[in-house]
Ligand binder design. Structure first.
Ligand SMILES: *[C@@H]1O[C@H](CO)[C@@H](O)[C@H](O)[C@H]1NC(C)=O
Ligand SMILES: *[C@@H]1O[C@H](CO)[C@@H](O)[C@H](O)[C@H]1NC(C)=O
Ligand SMILES: *[C@@H]1O[C@H](CO)[C@@H](O)[C@H](O)[C@H]1NC(C)=O
Ligand SMILES: *[C@@H]1O[C@H](CO)[C@@H](O)[C@H](O)[C@H]1NC(C)=O
Ligand SMILES: *[C@@H]1O[C@H](CO)[C@@H](O)[C@H](O)[C@H]1NC(C)=O
Ligand SMILES: *[C@@H]1O[C@H](CO)[C@@H](O)[C@H](O)[C@H]1NC(C)=O
Length: 413
């Protein structure tokens, strides 16, 4: 009797232990499951903007609305017209002031963004319709701002020189917005006009050039590209404070297998990022605007993609509501196309280790590095093109997988 009782006790203890182990394992597994995969791009399943409770988040609501419109228009009995059915306000969209619960408490830049979120067309002030007459192999597209004359000139004299490089045609454009008189910025427009005449590489639109309007810069460029440069094979898009090793980029592109070039999108890919909720940071996004996880995206400092993909991004962008962070927005559009950007560790948008900054050979093996002053760009470029510089084995410098230096704010995006 006692023995039987003991046996039952032991069995019971073992059962409890099993239950405990199972619970522990499932907790651990679930935790691991939501973490970054070991390496490479983790593509979240399901719609990336769908989260437990997205009611009241303005972007998510607007996106659901667009999805509905495009879903309906894709049915055969509908017209082929895929434009949104609602009229797009040409001035401010005052719905947002009542539809977003905490609109009045949001920082000014959010209010400005939300009020103009649905407007996608602005007149061009400076155009260069002939930049792509030679159907360039590589179009260099630089996000700049009016006062950055010296940055643009440094790029023209170095990595962004238009013409023939490594036996390939390269063309360059700089993307600019405008200023508003209320921003109290000195009037540099006449000087910009002179620069445009001299170099014929500026594209300027009449919208206010701010951080949250970079997405506008992106879609206006895609629109321009599809009309003026649809046969360029590849695009490198970057900031005006990056150094690009254009020679290496061309090498990389020439070596691509046929079946890889069409969907090409390479850069410093950031995966599993979420919106930042800390109001003090540049990348802060309130919950009333967006909830959800970001799709994998390439850091906006610089990335390379195919011209063919640019045309598809242009058309799919009509179906994605504008988002205030431009590189995340591009990731959303890629996601909508069923694609994900590919990580290449030679795109150093978070810079390289301090001890390598002055090593000429390091720059020979990199694709892109952020950030450098105009003076540094001239210096480094002279190292890259100096024929007598001997670097041991290419690449001399193999970067650690996760990149050495990371900016706290961008990293946590
Ligand atoms: C489109 O409609 C179909 C059928 O109603 C639905 O299954 C699908 O999820 C919808 N797609 C989107 C993107 O909303
Ligand atoms: C839809 O597209 C087809 C072919 O592109 C065209 O023939 C047809 O007229 C279009 N229908 C409408 C309603 O625009
Ligand atoms: C804005 O609010 C109105 C009225 O409450 C509602 O009908 C509409 O769906 C809302 N729109 C969005 C985009 O939240
Ligand atoms: C330069 O490119 C052209 C066509 O792109 C090719 O025919 C030619 O052989 C190339 N020359 C060299 C030296 O690689
Ligand atoms: C974006 O540009 C438009 C047009 O100039 C302007 O009204 C709006 O305030 C700008 N948005 C931001 C966030 O600066
Ligand atoms: C491209 O082709 C190569 C060799 O033919 C093959 O191994 C690879 O899987 C293909 N890649 C894609 C993305 O189709």
């Amino acid at each position: 009797m006692l023995l039987v009782f003991r046996k039952a006790q032991v069995l019971y203890a073992m059962l409890m232990l099993n239950v405990f182990v199972c619970v522990l394992m499932s907790v651990l597994w679930n935790r691991g499951h939501h973490r970054t995969g070991p390496r490479g791009v983790h593509v979240p399943t399901g719609r990336f903007w769908l989260q437990q409770d997205e009611r009241g988040s303005f972007w998510n609501t607007e996106q659901r609305h667009l999805d509905l419109i495009y879903n309906l228009t894709e049915l055969p009995h509908r017209s082929n017209d895929t434009r949104p059915l609602d009229p797009v306000p040409s001035d401010s969209d005052y719905r947002v002031t009542t539809n977003i619960s905490d609109f009045n408490a949001l920082p000014q830049r959010f209010q400005d963004f939300l009020l103009h979120m649905r407007r996608r067309t602005y007149p061009m002030l400076i155009d260069q319709p002939h930049v792509c007459d030679d159907n360039p192999f590589l179009l260099l597209v630089v996000k700049s701002q009016t006062p950055h004359f010296d940055r643009r000139q440094a790029i023209r004299e170095t990595w962004g020189r238009a013409g023939v490089l490594a036996n390939r045609t390269v063309a360059t454009v700089f993307l600019l917005g405008n200023t508003m008189s209320t921003d109290h910025i000195p009037d540099l427009q006449p000087m910009l006009g002179y620069e445009a005449q001299l170099h014929k590489d500026l594209l300027q639109w009449d919208y206010r050039d701010t951080f949250f309007n970079l997405t506008l810069k992106e879609i206006l460029f895609l629109e321009w590209f599809s009309q003026n440069c649809p046969h360029a094979q590849y695009i490198l898009k970057g900031d005006d404070d990056v150094l690009v090793n254009t020679v290496r980029i061309i090498d990389l592109l020439e070596g691509l297998p046929e079946n890889k070039s069409r969907d090409l999108f390479i850069g410093n890919v950031i995966s599993n990022a979420r919106p930042i909720r800390d109001r003090k940071l540049k990348y802060f996004i309130p919950e009333s605007v967006f909830v959800g996880q970001y799709p994998p995206y390439a850091g906006g400092g610089g990335y390379v993609y195919s011209g063919d993909l640019a045309l598809r991004l242009h058309s799919v962008s009509q179906q994605v509501v504008l988002y205030p962070i431009d590189d995340v927005y591009t990731g959303m559009c890629l996601r909508k196309l069923g694609l994900a950007p590919e990580k290449n560790s030679d795109f150093k948008t978070f810079d390289i280790k301090d001890e390598h900054r002055d090593d000429p050979c390091v720059y020979r093996s990199l694709m892109l590095v952020h950030s450098r002053t105009p003076q540094e760009i001239l210096q480094i470029w002279s190292w890259i093109v100096r024929p007598e510089l001997e670097c041991l084995i290419q690449p001399l410098y193999t970067a650690p997988e996760d990149g050495p230096v990371k900016a706290a704010s961008e990293d946590s995006l």
